[in-house]
Design a protein around this ligand. Structure first.
Ligand code: FE2
Length: 267
């Protein structure tokens, strides 16, 4: 392991300096995302038959979920370079769109390089992770996610139920309003983004790669009992986390930017 992984193992998460000097780039990307949603949203949705045809994931590009799908209401844009290439080729270009896709690409590649540095000096016991990361990078499996939640109107409303990410490591990069909590031991702990540093916490793939086992348990989602998969604690346990509304705030819209550092489990 290296220091990063030792810290994650000990504390459940870690802050590493870089790759952004300040949150400026990320808040510009957030603003750009909101403008795109207002003005061009249909243009960055790719029909599912085309996604299938060119090998995109169902979640790639813009996905809008309304209440009636049984999911939480939200809109998200998943960026990978292949999404950028497709949209650049098939959209009428505009400065707003060029700016948005350019910022996505910039943030994506900064994060890719950042994770490369973190994984590079892993010791033998975890060196397989670097290979799996490099393979995921070649296949463009890592994902930059921009998310607009449903409007928050009640105090302490749960915006995201407790869950573990499918990623190997997750980095929340930006949030318009605080509300992210990690389960550390028995307690929910508020975690914030720090200027100049990047927050990292482990997902299910990290749990699996360090000896964790998958399991299923019932969780309550929108008054319906649904089953959800989790991974038990390996040497590094996936971080369970949730998102709450800000107490006392009347009505607002929360947006966030998250980078999912996936690994290729087949590599
Ligand atoms: Fe998550």
């Amino acid at each position: 392991m290296n220091n990063t992984f030792t810290s994650i193992q000990e504390h459940g998460y870690v802050y590493i300096p870089g790759p952004f000097e300040s949150s400026l780039t990320l808040s510009l990307l957030n603003d750009s995302f909101l403008k795109i949603l207002e003005n061009y949203q249909e243009r960055i949705r790719i029909p599912s038959y085309i996604k299938e045809e060119i090998g995109l994931d169902p979640d790639d590009a813009l996905v809008i979920r309304s209440n009636d799908t049984g999911h939480d209401e939200k809109a998200y844009f998943h960026y990978r370079p292949v999404v950028g290439r497709y949209l650049s080729l098939h959209l009428r270009r505009s400065p707003m769109m060029d700016n948005f896709l350019g910022l996505c690409d910039d943030v994506y590649h900064k994060m890719l390089h950042f994770y490369d540095q973190i994984y590079m000096d892993l010791d033998e016991d975890l060196s397989q992770i670097y290979e799996k990361f490099r393979s995921a990078a070649r296949k463009e499996m890592l994902v930059l996610r921009l998310l607009r939640y449903k409007d928050v109107s009640k105090e302490q409303e749960i915006l995201a139920m407790p869950h573990q990410d499918i990623s190997c490591l997750t980095s929340p990069l930006y949030e318009s309003h605080s509300g992210l909590q990690l389960l550390i031991g028995e307690n929910w702990q508020n975690v914030k983004m720090k200027e100049g540093s990047t927050l990292i916490f482990p997902g299910m793939k990290m749990g699996l790669l360090t000896g964790g086992m998958p399991f299923t348990r019932g969780v309550f989602v929108e008054e319906k009992k649904k089953e959800q998969d989790f991974v038990s604690q390996g040497a590094i346990a996936p971080a369970e986390h949730r998102v709450l509304g800000v107490p006392g705030k009347k009505k607002y819209t929360r947006t966030s930017i998250v980078f999912f550092a996936h690994v290729d489990m087949d590599a």
